[in-house]
Design a binder for this molecule. Structure first.
Ligand SMILES: [Zn+2]
Ligand SMILES: [Zn+2]
Length: 127
């Protein structure tokens, strides 16, 4: 074993941050929005005074989701999925997962064994 002890420098998170962070001292500029113009510029740190290069980037991302039936004032079209939830200590719980085939919204219903069996046989008859 070597007896050289590595002293880890505290890492400054200055890459893709929501505020401008000085790469030397870690000072976070709360007024970063003043620089919300795309491109590169040199700035002086308001704290340690050192000059650093700042590049401002704007990123876009897209997320799409189905509009839920509630929002559309429509009824959900439930599809039932029957399964057992294994519980270590307790008896097996029987669960019905209701999933809407239109908006993919889902709900879980915990039911008694009788109801579970009944609903499953009703369901199998429908299919
Ligand atoms: Zn600084
Ligand atoms: Zn729905």
């Amino acid at each position: 074993m070597s007896d050289i002890v590595e002293v880890e420098e505290e890492e400054i998170d200055h890459d893709c941050t929501s505020n401008i962070v000085c790469p030397y001292c870690g000072y976070e500029d709360e007024d970063s929005y003043e620089h919300y113009e795309e491109g590169e510029t040199n700035l002086d740190c308001k704290d340690c005074g050192r000059n650093f290069n700042l590049s401002v980037g704007v990123s876009y991302y897209f997320s799409s989701n189905r509009i839920s039936c509630e929002e559309e004032n429509e009824e959900h079209e439930w599809t039932d999925h029957f399964f057992r939830k294994e519980e270590e200590s307790k008896e097996k719980e029987l669960i019905i997962l209701l999933e809407c085939r239109k908006c993919k919204h889902n709900e879980i219903e915990e039911v008694s064994k009788e109801e579970w069996l009944q609903r499953r046989s009703d369901f199998n008859e429908k299919v």
